[in-house]
Design a protein around this ligand. Sequence first.
Ligand code: GRF
Length: 201
Amino acid sequence: MVRIAVLVSGGGTNLEALFRAQESGIIRSGRIELVIADRPAYALERAQSHGCMSMLISRRELGMKAFAEHLAAALEENRIDMVVLAGFLSILPEEAIERYEGRMINIHPSLIPSFCGKGFYGLRVHEAALERGVKVTGATVHLVNGIADGGRILMQKAVSVKPGDTPETLQRRVMEEAEWEILPLCTEMIASAIGGSDENR
Ligand code: GRF
């Protein structure tokens, strides 16, 4: 069974979708063993209510170097095989990205390559989409490499922009209709690929 860690920074609605997918059997090749927040986040309460080990590793209090060291140690000590970034807002240290090459995925709330890269996160993504006047947006799950939102795209799902949409209503629709569906599917896809390759070892 692939041991999965989920990294969070916010409300944890994507984390909640992952727990639901685990309970319903959509995620079956791996198990969420650990939730790590880089700041106080409601997502930690969600982890606790699902009986999942969770920890706060405060980037602000520790500073980047100690944060990176604590994060690497937590992943190592818990024998984590795969990492899911679910609304995670900190820059990951190079060594963590290298250690989990092909085993770390991220959800981005737009159809990459639109509205992504430096400075595009959270509501800003949807503000930019509305400002540009796109009629369709959506979400993307991609492998994580050293470039912000730059790794190989695994899955995307399109969502219509509706007249009168605000950044908030658009964000909610993208979450409900796209993020919460494709992140669990990609988590299972990568976990089963890892599980298969580990079995062959
Ligand atoms: C949301 O903007 C979502 O689109 C992005 O991260 C933010 C927080 O999501 N992926 P969550 O509720 O913490 O999962």
